[in-house]
Every structure is written in structure tokens, then in C-alpha cells.
Design a binder for this molecule. Structure first.
Ligand code: ITT
Length: 218
């Protein structure tokens, strides 16, 4: 087994940090929040229409912060995600963070009122600097927007997002197809973190990243 490698994660989202630790820990990464004096550094999130552009800009800023801390040789990662709703042409997409902090999941449900096409997907784009070069991994989780919120676990839009079922290989099926693996119509917010991981865009993005790094995945 490879030696444990420190990996800085620049994020202000504790839910994302927790999930990344769970996924990457067993693969030999000690994932730690990138902080300065106990504070998450402010970064500029560019106005861009694709997740990759945002993530790469944040990665550049993360590397500058690490350099300033005298840790320029360490590995550092950012990850950008969003909820893309089909009938809104992908909105909120790259604006998911702003939309969540303003109208929230409740607001999305209001906007979706009487909307019969409830298909949506989570997308995640992870970018990692390994000290020499940049690696990218992306992941998608197709699903749909619930009629009402559930409370319980998770964060962000988890209370209103129901993932598509998976086939026996763990791959997502078409919307409406019954598969071997299912949350039985329960949003992520009503499932455990272990269940969410089977479906998660984040898990897929991080696994693709690990593949690009040439590390064996779990
Ligand atoms: P960063 O500091 O890492 O940018 P953020 O909260 O802004 O944190 P993102 O831009 O990646 O994170 O996410 C956009 C929004 O989508 C934000 O409101 C998240 O809470 C939400 N989100 C991202 N991943 C999610 C997931 O797995 N489940 C539910 N909501 C999620």
C-alpha cells in the first residue's frame, strides 16, 4: 500500500470536506482543509459557465496560498459542484451556491411547482495539483427533484435530490428505470452518507482523479 499522502482541500463546505475525507482516506490520502490561522482563505470565484473553468481558477489561487505558506510542494485540491435542472436549461448549475444561499432548496421546490419534468443532475469537477501537474476528474449523478424536502443527513440540495437507480455494476440507469441499487425514491437527505456515496457525483469525480494520479482505487 502507498504511503499516506497529505492532501490540502480548499473548500468552505464542511459537507464536501467530510465526503472527500471518507472517499480519499482509504486510498491513502490525509485530506485536510486548507486554512490560514484557522480560517478558510477567501478566494475569487470567477463568473464562468463551466465548472472546470471555476475549479481551475480556484486551484491556481490554492497553489498561491500554499506557496505563501511555504508548502508549495504539497498536493492541493479543489472541487466544484452544482445542481443542473433539465427544464431550466441547467440552472442553477454554476450558480448553485448563490441560489442555495438565497432561495435554498425550498425556493427550488417553489420554482418547480407544477413542473412535471423534474429531471436534474448533480455534477462535480475535481482538480488536483500533485506538486508537478494538474489532474482533473469529473462525475455526474442523474436523478430528479423531489416534491417535498426531507430532513436528516447531507447538505446543500440533498434534501430535494433523488438519484436515478443503479445497475448491478453501480452505473446509473435512465430516469424511471428500476435498478438493483435504489434509494426507493428517497432523497439523499433521507439516506446515509454510505448510501449517497454509491450514487454520488463527488465519489465519481474523485475516483476519476485518483485514476489520473495512477493510484489504485478501492
Ligand atoms: P466551496 O467552498 O468548495 O466552493 P460551495 O458550498 O460553494 O463550497 P460548490 O460550489 O461546489 O460548493 O457547490 C454549489 C452548491 O451546490 C452549494 O450550495 C452546495 O451546498 C451544493 N452541493 C454541492 N455538492 C452537493 C452535494 O453532494 N449534495 C447536495 N448539495 C451539494
Amino acid at each position: 500500500m502507498a504511503a499516506i499522502q497529505p492532501l490540502w482541500f480548499l473548500t468552505g463546505n464542511k459537507g464536501k470536506l467530510k465526503e472527500a475525507k471518507r472517499i480519499l482516506g482509504p486510498l491513502g490520502f490525509d485530506v485536510k482543509a486548507l486554512e490560514i490561522n484557522g480560517q478558510i482563505p477567501e478566494v475569487i470565484e470567477p463568473q464562468a459557465s463551466i465548472l472546470e473553468e471555476i475549479a481551475l481558477s480556484k486551484l491556481t489561487q490554492a497553489r498561491e496560498i500554499l506557496n505563501a505558506l511555504g508548502k508549495g510542494g504539497d498536493a492541493v485540491m479543489v472541487e466544484d459542484a452544482g445542481l443542473f435542472i433539465n427544464s431550466f436549461d441547467g440552472f442553477p448549475g454554476v450558480y448553485s451556491s448563490y441560489v442555495h444561499s438565497t432561495i435554498g432548496s425550498e425556493g427550488i421546490l417553489r420554482l418547480m411547482n407544477n413542473n412535471s419534468d423534474r429531471r436534474a443532475e448533480f455534477r462535480a469537477l475535481a482538480a488536483l495539483w500533485d506538486g508537478k501537474k494538474i489532474h482533473i476528474g469529473s462525475g455526474i449523478c442523474p436523478g430528479h427533484i423531489a416534491d417535498s424536502q426531507v430532513s436528516g443527513n447531507g447538505f446543500g440540495y440533498d434534501p430535494i435530490f433523488i438519484p436515478c437507480d443503479l445497475d448491478s455494476n453501480g452505473e446509473p440507469l435512465e430516469f424511471g428505470t428500476v435498478g438493483m441499487i435504489s434509494t426507493d425514491g428517497i432523497p439523499f437527505g433521507g439516506t446515509s452518507i454510505e448510501v449517497k456515496e454509491k450514487f454520488s457525483h463527488r465519489r465519481r469525480a474523485l475516483q476519476a482523479l485518483i485514476l489520473s494520479l495512477g493510484r489504485p482505487s478501492a
